[in-house]
Design a protein around this ligand. Sequence first.
Ligand code: 6LW
Length: 530
Amino acid sequence: MKMNFKTVFIAFVLAVCPAFLFSQNGYQNPIIRGFNPDPSICRVNDDFYLVTSSFEYFPGLPIYHSKDLVNWEQLGHCLTRDSQLPLHKAFASGGLFAPSLRYHDGTFYVICTNVSGGGNFFCTATNPAGTWSDPVWVDIESIDPDIFWDEDGKTYFVTQGGEGIRVTEIDIKTGKTLSPEQLVWGGIGHRFPEAPHIYKKDGYYYLLLGEGGTEYAHSATIGRSKYLYGPYESCPLNPILTHCNRIGQDNLIQGTGHADFIQAGDGSWWIVFLGFRVTQRYAYYHILGRETFLAPVDWPKGGWPQINGNGTVSLNMDVPTLPLHPFEKRPLRTDFDERQLGFEWQYLRNPARENYSLTDRKGYLRITASPYTLNETEAVSFVARRQTEYDFSAETLLEFNTSADNEEAGITLLQNNTHHYELLIKKTGEQHVVQLRISVGSLFYIAAEKTIASNKVKLKIDGSPFQYSFSYSESNSNQYHELGKMDTRYLSTEVAGGFTGVMIGLYVSSNGKPSTAKAYYDWFDYKTEK
Ligand code: 6LW
């Protein structure tokens, strides 16, 4: 063939075209924003499914779906019935710890631990959107369970257990253990070897761990063996993922670890893992909880996996992706016109269903007071969504039918039962007031109070990395008055502890006394740049 400029050009275009057609550049981390830790992932053909931890919140274990690993939509939750998820008196950051999501022989499995009741279990479904089976309980005391199906047809339960990772054969129908638990690997000696996942590749069993604890020293490490029960050889690159080193020290993402690998249909390898976004370099506070991140993996045949080159990631990832498949954005406004709340709304513990209605007054969310306060580990009258960005604005229109001084309703920023800020309305004598109230550990005070003309008010919280600003508006105009500001840091995990992130909640309490006071929320807006 004669090679003129035209044929060379056409040959060049044909050679590079598939790359243009099938891969795109760049994405933003985190891929699932706001408190969504301990991600676990599986793939069925071109569809990826992912689950994250949900602790004392109900329903439990959000299930997400993606076509490209970058864009995710929530399909529902794994645990939607009280019978599946007992959370009675679950303490903050109790309930559901790290789940695993697997697909085997046409069935989806979620494997998890309810530390507030029941321990280890797995549920099954043929559709990951639900419905999921009742839990099959597994009589092994530990956390971070996974199931591994070996090529010999046997099924193994893999968990964290003190000194390291334990493996036990189980009966997948009944959950009964068929062999004694065996310690197989302790990782590289960093504290809390946990979060195990096993992968069979190129004749090796690869055992992926989280190590270092889920704070700033977090990491992912990996070992491999020709035999399931070991001995496991440690990867020379360990830890294969961490920001607890010189390369990661300036990064706005910290605490990377607790991971799961996935291979896409095109053969490329990826890893999902948790990390947290700190408010500022060297100012070590984070309030959004641990979120889900993504990185590309180079995993050559017979070799070790390398994560994004040097085991660190950034907010803006300048790497090729799968062909992007974004989903329609959720509307900014929740109108409370639907018959059910969207998947983003969460209760604390098993909700007293009679305290919530979307039909009592059409177009409103009605919440009836509970005598419990937000400080109690009870079924408080409260429904919330995650704070997903440092910069946001949340606003609601509230009408509160109250007759007694002990009753209050409003909007709260809740990190846990001992760390939360409220913008609330209540009656004092014949007057209605709006209050800004702060609970930080045993410190509790009313930061500001103003008299308002009626029981109907708009409440607004504006978030930024260091401060929340609280305002109210009495008229139907958008004229807001700022009631006060509070530092974000007292709601951070560094101050409050625990495994969750800040939730933005609508709540009603009658502070220990019986009551039938009702709050009617007309709408709720949540705005972010993302
Ligand atoms: C989880 C453990 C961890 O069980 O935190 O980061 C615990 N890793 O693996 C709760 O999310």
